[in-house]
Design a protein around this ligand. Structure first.
Ligand SMILES: Cc1cc2nc3c(=O)[nH]c(=O)nc-3n(C[C@H](O)[C@H](O)[C@H](O)COP(=O)(O)O)c2cc1C
Length: 366
C-alpha cells in the first residue's frame, strides 16, 4: 500500500479527525504560571503553531496532580482553577481547525521534592547514578488508585475545556514508563512482575480515561519503544506487545517517540522499528512518529516506514509555519541556531528561550 500524503486528513478510531498529518510534538516550554495556570506566552506559542498549519497541536506534558509535577512552569490540569486557561487554549486551537490534544503526565520518580514537597514514588525503590537523584518509595495501592483517579479527572477537565483529546505520556521514563520498565519496576504484586503486570497501570489508565470521556474524544498514548535517555529497561518486542494491548483497550493512536526516525532498532540493528510496530497493529490504528524530522523528505520517509502522521519538535520551534511552507515547492526549513530576537518573532517567550539554551543548536550564543 502506498503511503498517505502528509496533507490528507487523519481519521481516528473514535471517529474524530485531524485536518492533516503533521503534529506539533509535546514540548515542555516552562511558560505556565507557578500554579500551573496557562500564561499568555504559552497560549501564543501554541496558537502560533496552530495558525502555522499543524493539524494536531499537542500541549507540553501537563501534570495531572500537584505531586506529579516534573518541571518548573509546567502546565497543570489538576484543578478546576486551571479550567479558564485550558478553555481559552482549546478554543483558540479549535478556531484554526487543528485538533488540540493535552499530554497528560505524572513524573513518578521524576517529580522532585523541590517541586512537590514530597519524596517521589515510583513502581519500586531504585537508585540512579545521577546528581540530585532522590530514591523513590514504592507505590502503595492507595497511590495507584489516586493517580488513576487523577488521570481520569484531568481528562474530564480536558473534555470540559473543549479539547479534541488527550495523550497519555507513557514515554521517556516518566511514571507509566517506570512501571513498564524491567529495571525500575521490580514489584512482585499485580502491578509488576511479568509484562502484563508492568503494563497494568498504563492499560488501566487508558481504560478508565476512555470510559470517562465521550464518544469522539481522542485518547492516544505516547510510548518509548526502546531505551533512550531516562527511559530504561524497555525491550522492543515487549513495547510492541504493550502497543497491541493499548489498541485492544481502545487507544486512538500510538505515538512512537523515537528521537531519530532514521535510526535502526537497538535490538534488531538491521531494521527500523516502525515497520515492526505497523505490522503488529490494526491498520485502522494511526501511528504518529517523532524524532529528527526536519524536511518534507524526512516526513515522507517516516510515512513510508509505516507511520500515519509525523510529530515535529525542534523543527516546529524554529519553523512555526512548517506545514504551510512544506506544501510549497523547494521548502528548506531553518535549522538554527537562531538569535533570541528571531525566536521571539516565532512566539518563543523568555522562559522558553532560557530553557532552549540547554539544547544544542537552538539559540545563538550571546
Ligand atoms: C525543548 C523540548 C521539550 C520537550 N518536552 C517534551 C514533553 O513535554 N513531552 C514529551 O513527550 N516529549 C517532549 N520532548 C520530546 C519531543 O516531543 C520530541 O519527541 C523530540 O524532541 C524529538 O523530536 P524532534 O527531533 O523533532 O525535536 C521535548 C523535546 C524538546 C526538545
Amino acid at each position: 500500500m502506498s503511503a498517505p500524503s502528509l496533507f490528507e486528513p487523519l481519521l481516528f478510531p473514535c471517529g474524530a479527525s485531524a485536518p492533516n498529518r503533521v503534529a506539533l510534538a509535546p514540548l515542555t516550554n516552562q511558560q505556565s504560571e507557578e500554579d500551573g495556570t496557562l500564561s499568555e506566552d504559552e497560549l501564543r506559542w501554541l496558537v502560533r503553531r496552530a495558525t502555522g498549519g499543524f493539524g494536531i497541536v499537542e500541549t507540553c506534558a501537563a501534570h495531572v496532580c500537584a505531586t506529579g509535577k516534573g518541571f518548573e512552569g509546567q502546565l497543570g490540569v489538576w484543578s478546576d482553577a486551571h479550567l479558564p486557561g485550558l478553555r481559552r487554549l482549546a478554543a483558540a486551537i479549535a478556531a484554526t481547525g487543528a485538533l488540540g490534544l493535552v499530554q497528560l503526565y505524572h513524573g513518578g520518580v521524576r517529580s522532585p521534592s523541590r517541586l512537590t514537597g514530597q519524596r517521589p514514588w515510583s513502581a519500586s525503590e531504585f537508585e540512579e547514578e545521577r546528581e540530585g537523584f532522590e530514591r523513590p518509595r514504592a507505590a502503595t495501592e492507595g497511590d495507584l488508585e489516586a493517580v488513576l483517579a487523577a488521570f481520569v479527572a484531568a481528562a474530564r477537565r480536558c473534555v470540559a475545556a473543549g479539547f479534541g483529546g488527550v495523550e497519555l505520556h507513557g514515554a521517556h521514563g516518566y511514571l507509566f514508563s517506570q512501571f513498564l520498565s524491567r529495571t525500575m519496576n521490580t514489584r512482585a504484586d499485580a502491578w509488576g512482575g511479568d509484562l502484563r503486570g508492568r503494563a497494568r497501570l498504563l492499560r488501566e489508565a487508558l481504560r478508565q480515561v476512555r470510559a470517562a470521556t465521550p464518544a469522539g474524544f481522542v485518547v492516544g498514548v505516547r510510548l518509548s519503544l526502546e531505551d533512550f535517555g531516562y527511559a530504561r529497561g524497555l525491550d522492543l518486542d515487549e513495547s510492541v506487545t504493550v502497543a497491541q494491548w493499548l489498541a485492544e483497550e481502545g487507544a486512538d493512536f500510538i505515538h512512537a517517540s523515537l528521537w531519530d526516525v532514521h535510526k535502526s532498532s537497538l535490538k534488531y540493528p538491521e531494521e527500523s522499528v516502525l515497520p515492526r510496530l505497523r505490522a503488529a497493529l490494526p491498520r485502522s490504528l494511526p501511528i504518529i512518529a517523532a524524532g529528527k524530522i526536519w524536511t518534507v523528505a524526512d516526513a515522507a520517509a517516516t510515512l513510508a516506514l509505516g507511520a500515519d502522521a509525523v510529530a515535529l519538535g525542534r523543527a516546529a520551534i524554529l519553523n512555526p509555519d512548517w506545514p504551510r511552507e512544506a506544501q510549497k515547492e523547494g521548502f528548506t526549513p531553518t535549522r538554527g541556531p537562531l538569535s533570541a530576537a528571531a525566536l521571539a518573532e516565532r512566539a518563543v517567550g523568555p522562559r522558553f528561550l532560557a530553557y532552549l539554551r540547554h539544547f544544542p543548536n537552538m539559540v545563538e550564543e550571546g
